[in-house]
Design a protein around this ligand. Structure first.
Ligand code: ADP
Length: 613
C-alpha cells in the first residue's frame, strides 16, 4: 500500500475520526481508560514525591513522628495504587481483546448499507481482506490508533503532572546572586529552557519521521507470507491426505521467516533516530542539571527536592520524546486508518426514493420492465437489451434461456441490486427507484443459485431474523417437504447445519439444503417469490419436481421460476424466453412449442434427450 503524503490537518482529521469510532467499537472503554491513565500516571510520582519529602525531613527537621507517617503513607499508598492500577489495566486489556471481533462486526454493519455492486467488486473484496489482515497480524489501522492515542494521552498526563511538580523549581530564590550564580534568578532562564525544549521537540520529531519511513514493516512482510499460507488452510482434508499437501505446505511454511536484512534495517533506523535526537536532549539535560544543582548547592532547595526535580525533569523530557515519537507513529499508521475509512465511505450512488409501498392484502402488485437495457459496472457489454416485460399478478412466470442469457441479471434489476442502465422498471405504474428502498426490497423473497446456509441451527437459517417464530418455521419446512426429516432429529429445528462448530450437528445432503433454503424463502412470506436455479446442481427431473412442488405451495403469490432447463418451467402460466440478453418469445408452453422457428422449440428439442425417463 502506498503511503502518500498527507497534510498535518488531514492526519489530525483521520486520528480524530478514528478516536470517535472507538465508542462504537469498544463501548465503555473510555470509562476505564481515564481512571487507568490517572492511576498509572500517579503510580511513579507518588513515591517519588513522598521520598523527596522523607529526604527533606531527614536532612532537615528530623521529626520522628512525621518521618514515620511519611514512610507509612508512601508504602501503603503505593501498594493501594498498584492494586488499583492492576485492576484497571486488567479491565482495559479484557476490553481490548474484544477489539478484533468488534472491529469485524463494525465492518459487517457498514456493509449492510453498501451498494450491491461493491459486494461483487473484486477490488473491494481485496481491500476488505487487506484491512482484516493488517488488523489481525499487526493491529495496523484502528487498533494501533487506539493503542498509540492511549499512550499519547498518558504522555500528556505525565507532562502535566511532572511540569506541575517541577514548577516550584523556578520560583525566585531569596537573596541576591551575582557573578557565577547570577543565572539562578535570571529572567532569561525560563525562555531559554523553553527554546531548548522546542528545539528538542522539533529535532526529535523530524528524526522520528525519518526513522518511521525507514522502518521495515516486518509484520506486513510476514502478513504477505501469511496470506499465501491461507491457500493451504482452505484446502479440504481429503486433498491434504490424497495429495500429501501437508508436506508441500510444511516445506513452504519453513521458507517463511524474518529476514536478517529486515532486522538490520530496523536496527539502523533505531540507531539513526538515537543519534539524531539525542544531542539536543543531552544539552537540555546538562542545562537543567546545572540549574538544579546550583540551587541545591546554594541551599535554595532541599536535597530531597533536588532528587525530586531530577526525577520529574527526566520524566517530563521522556514524556515529550514519547509524545513526539508517538505522533510520528500515528501519522505512519494513518495510511492503514485511511484505507479503513476509504472502505467505510464507499459511495452508495443508488437513488432511494421516499414513497411508501402500499401494503395490499390482495397482493395487487404489477411489475413492468419498460425498454430496460443493462451493462454491469466496469463493463461495456450489453447484458440486457431493450427488455419489455409485464408480470401478471398472482400468476407465475418462467424465465428460461441458455446460461449467460441474462436471466439472473434481470432478477438483480428487479430486486434493485442494480439499477437499469437504460429504461425503467415500474411497480404499479411508478418507477421502482421512487419507493423506499427497504420497503421495496421487502416485496421479494429470492433463492439464488449461490444461496448460502450458515453453520447455525435450522431454525435460524430459515428465519434469519430474531425472534424466531418456531411454528412458522415448522410450517415452511413441512411445505417444502423436509419437515419429517427434521422432526426425526434429536434436536429438531435446533440442530446445527454442517460440522464446522458443533459435534452434534448434521451434514444435510445437497437436496436437503436446497429445501431448507426454499423454506427460508417461504418464511419471509413476501408477495413475490423468485427461484433462480437453486436446484442447478440437481438432475433435470429432480429440479422439475421441486419446481412443481414449490409452485403448489406458493399458488397465492406472484412467483418467478428461472431455469435454463425448459422442462422445469413447463407448468408456468407464462414463459419468457431470453436469448443473449433479449426477450425473444413469450407465451404458454404449448403455444411456444408450436412455433417451430422459435428459440423455445430449438432449446426444447436440444434438451429433450435428458427428459426421457
Ligand atoms: P443467466 O442467469 O442467464 O445464466 P446472467 O444474468 O448470470 O445469465 O449473466 C449474463 C451475462 O452477464 C453473462 O455474460 C455474465 O458473464 C455477465 N455477468 C454476470 N454477472 C456479472 C458481473 N457481476 N459483472 C460483469 N458481468 C457479469
Amino acid at each position: 500500500m502506498e503511503n502518500k503524503k498527507r497534510t498535518l490537518r488531514e492526519d489530525a482529521r483521520l486520528i480524530a475520526r478514528g478516536i470517535g469510532i472507538w465508542r462504537t467499537i469498544l463501548p465503555g472503554y473510555a470509562a476505564y481508560l481515564i481512571p487507568a491513565c490517572l492511576v498509572s500516571c500517579a503510580l511513579p510520582y507518588f513515591p517519588l514525591y513522598l521520598s523527596a519529602e522523607l529526604v527533606n525531613e531527614l536532612s532537615g527537621g528530623r521529626d520522628m513522628r512525621r518521618l514515620l507517617i511519611l514512610a507509612a503513607v508512601t508504602v501503603t499508598g503505593t501498594f493501594l495504587l498498584s492494586v488499583l492500577s492492576r485492576f484497571l489495566s486488567g479491565r482495559l486489556e479484557a476490553s481490548r481483546r474484544m477489539f478484533g471481533v468488534r472491529h469485524e462486526a463494525y465492518l459487517f454493519d457498514a456493509e449492510n448499507t453498501f451498494q450491491y455492486e461493491h459486494l461483487e467488486d473484486p477490488d473491494v473484496a481485496l481491500m476488505r481482506s487487506r484491512i482484516l489482515t493488517n488488523m489481525n497480524t499487526s493491529y495496523s489501522g484502528l487498533m494501533v490508533l487506539l493503542m498509540i492515542a492511549e499512550n499519547s494521552f498518558r504522555n500528556i498526563l505525565e507532562l502535566i503532572v511532572s511540569a506541575s511538580l517541577t514548577l516550584s523549581l523556578f520560583r525566585r530564590a531569596q537573596g541576591d546572586y551575582t557573578g557565577f550564580f547570577a543565572f539562578v534568578n535570571s529572567p532569561w532562564i525560563v525562555p531559554v529552557l523553553i527554546a531548548f525544549l522546542a528545539a528538542d521537540a522539533v529535532v526529535s520529531f523530524q528524526a522520528s519521521v525519518r526513522a518511521n519511513n525507514k522502518y521495515q514493516d516486518i509484520v506486513s512482510e510476514l502478513a504477505k507470507q501469511n496470506r499465501m499460507g491461507r491457500a493451504y488452510r482452505n484446502a479440504k482434508g481429503v486433498d491434504m491426505q490424497i495429495f500429501k499437501l501437508n508436506e508441500v505446505a510444511i516445506a513452504d511454511y519453513k521458507k517463511w521467516k524474518i529476514r536478517p536484512e529486515w532486522v538490520a534495517r530496523n536496527e539502523k533506523a533505531d540507531l539513526a533516530y538515537t543519534l539524531e535526537s539525542k544531542p539536543t536532549k543531552l544539552l537540555l539535560q546538562i542545562v537543567l542539571f546545572w540549574f538544579t544543582a546550583a540551587k541545591a548547592f546554594l541551599g535554595v532547595i532541599g536535597i530531597g527536592n533536588f532528587i525530586l526535580y531530577q526525577g520529574t525533569l527526566q520524566r517530563f523530557l521522556n514524556a515529550v520524546s514519547a509524545l513526539v515519537f508517538n505522533f510520528g507513529r500515528l501519522r505512519y499508521n494513518n495510511q492503514y486508518v485511511e484505507e479503513v475509512f476509504r472502505y467505510l465511505d464507499l459511495p452508495n450512488a443508488m437513488y432511494k426514493g421516499s414513497l411508501a409501498v402500499e401494503k395490499r392484502d390482495d397482493i395487487e402488485y404489477e411489475i413492468e420492465f419498460r425498454d430496460v437495457s443493462f451493462q454491469y459496472p466496469r463493463s461495456t457489454e450489453w447484458v440486457l437489451r431493450h427488455v419489455n416485460l409485464k408480470f401478471q399478478i398472482g400468476k407465475n412466470l418462467a424465465i428460461v434461456g441458455e446460461n449467460g442469457s441474462g436471466k439472473t441479471t434481470l432478477m438483480k434489476l428487479l430486486c434493485r441490486l442494480y439499477d437499469p442502465t437504460e429504461g425503467k422498471i415500474l411497480l404499479n405504474g411508478i418507477d421502482i427507484t421512487r419507493y423506499r428502498y427497504d420497503e421495496y426490497m421487502g416485496l421479494f423473497s429470492v433463492v439464488f443459485q449461490d444461496y448460502a446456509l450458515f453453520a447455525f441451527s435450522v431454525a435460524r437459517n430459515v428465519a434469519v431474523s430474531d425472534p424466531v417464530d418456531e411454528r412458522h418455521v415448522w410450517d415452511c419446512l413441512n411445505r417444502v417437504g423436509i419437515g419429517d426429516k427434521i422432526a426425526g432429529l434429536d434436536q429438531g429445528i435446533h440442530t446445527s447445519i454442517g460440522r464446522d462448530y458443533e459435534n452434534d450437528s448434521v451434514d444435510f445432503s445437497g437436496g436437503e439444503q436446497q429445501k431448507i433454503a426454499l423454506a427460508r424463502a417461504l418464511y419471509k412470506d413476501a408477495p413475490f417469490m423468485i427461484l433462480d436455479e437453486p436446484t442447478a446442481a440437481l438432475d433435470p427431473i429432480a429440479e422439475a419436481e421441486i419446481y412443481a412442488r414449490f409452485h403448489e405451495t406458493v399458488k397465492d403469490k406472484t412467483s418467478v421460476f428461472i431455469s435454463h432447463r425448459l422442462s422445469s418451467c413447463k407448468f408456468c402460466d407464462e414463459i419468457a424466453v431470453f436469448d443473449q440478453g433479449q426477450l425473444v418469445q413469450k407465451g404458454s408452453h404449448d403455444t411456444l412449442l408450436a412455433d417451430e422457428n422459435g428459440k423455445y422449440y430449438e432449446l426444447w428439442n436440444a434438451q429433450a434427450q435428458y427428459y426421457v425417463k
